[in-house]
Design a protein around this ligand. Structure first.
Ligand code: M7G
Length: 251
């Protein structure tokens, strides 16, 4: 986890083992062994993990896919319907069976409502790596590909109320937030990522992140924007979906 500013002084002052490696004039380098309270490693455990979880966390070669709407209907959609990650954890949050005490904001409207919670990648100890996710109440929207003008009230609520709730609770203004959707997501229940603008969060690359404000504008211009245009994303070398695109001659 990132160091907290007020603790960083202790790192060189208190109980820290230092082994000199080299010294030259005003410069010196050391091996530093921090005390346990300053050497926290945030750990996420997935148990039992599926083959797909193993794939997600293994380092692999990646390939860029340019998915047309036809590709989505013929290749991607049947594939995600046949095998995608369980979204039980999302339903647990919506039904208050898990993480209920962590909810930052909730709009209970069944069509246009959502729940805002800290992402499990963020330990909430510092604002530097602030990371929250908004999970929509409705269960019939898988991803960006499903969005039409019908979803504008929902998306506008997430943008507006999400920013307000984060400013109120954490004091971070909307102008310092990056608010976006992933395509492809790992979990096919519509959700929106809120990360600190100064933090280079994983998954913010141009081939994966779509700013919510841009998504809203695109849908205002054309309700079927995301059922028309091609979308780009990267797939890892041994992902079965890549194989499907290869078999279809689309890579
Ligand atoms: P994604 O775009 O579907 O996939 O985002 P990614 O994980 O490849 O980015 C899902 C988001 O939900 C990620 O930012 C995860 O860190 C977060 N997340 C996943 N799980 C299983 C949980 C969970 O159980 N609780 C919380 N609070 N966040 C989770």
């Amino acid at each position: 986890t990132p160091f907290q500013e007020e603790k960083i002084e202790e790192l060189l002052r208190k109980h820290t083992k230092l082994e000199l490696q080299m010294a030259n004039d005003i410069y010196s380098t050391y091996r530093l062994y921090p005390p346990p309270e300053l050497s926290e490693i945030k750990t996420t455990v997935v148990y039992p993990a599926t083959e797909k979880h193993l794939q997600k966390y293994l380092r692999q070669e990646v390939h860029l896919i340019r998915e047309s709407w036809e590709d989505y209907k013929n290749i991607t959609l049947p594939f995600i319907q046949s095998q995608s990650f369980s979204i039980q954890w999302v339903y647990n949050i919506l039904e208050k069976k898990a993480e209920a005490d962590r909810i930052i904001h909730e709009n209970q409207d069944p069509s246009n409502g959502f729940v805002l919670v800290p992402d499990f990648k963020w330990n909430q100890n510092q604002l530097y790596d602030l990371y929250l996710i908004a999970l929509v109440q409705r269960r019939d929207v898988k991803s960006l590909r499903d969005l039409t003008a019908e979803h504008l009230p929902l998306l506008k609520n997430i943008l507006q109320e999400g920013k307000e709730a984060i400013a109120k609770r954490f004091g971070v203004p909307g102008s310092q937030l990056r608010i976006y959707l992933h395509y492809q997501p790992s979990y096919y229940h519509l959700h929106v990522h809120f990360t600190a603008l100064g933090y280079d969060a994983p998954g913010t690359s141009v081939e994966r992140a779509h700013l919510l404000a841009d998504v809203i504008d695109n849908l205002v211009l054309d309700s079927s924007y995301y059922q028309k245009r091609a979308l780009t994303f990267a797939l890892r070398a041994d992902e079965p979906l890549l194989k499907k695109f290869q078999e279809a001659g689309r890579v």
